[in-house]
Design a protein. Structure first.
Length: 101
């Protein structure tokens, strides 16, 4: 691919999500600063896919997405408000709605 084509293409945005483990092995996924964007994954392997589905649903229904890492978002400074164990996960996501336009 030519260098000009790479420069003109926008990089896929990435978002911080927090995954909280439940007692049954499932995970609750949320996005700091966007209380309405949540999902659940049956196991840790599904976290990224379910987080992307939650972002896509928010985009489809007119919700505001959280700020992306590329736009200056920072990871949560503390996970003390979340269940233990919990972890910060970086979610690559570009809305199919935006890509289709």
């Amino acid at each position: 691919m030519a260098a000009g084509a790479v420069e003109g293409r926008r990089q896929m945005p990435h978002y911080y999500a927090v995954a909280e483990a439940a007692d049954d092995g499932s995970w609750w996924v949320s996005f700091p600063g966007r209380d309405g964007i949540v999902s659940a994954a049956e196991d840790a392997r599904q976290i990224v896919a379910k987080a992307r589905e939650a972002l896509e649903s928010a985009a489809i229904h007119g919700g505001r997405l959280p700020p992306s890492i590329e736009d200056g978002a920072s990871p949560p400074a503390s996970l003390s408000e979340f269940s233990t164990p919990s972890m910060v996960v970086v979610i690559p996501f570009a809305s199919a709605m935006v890509e289709a336009a």
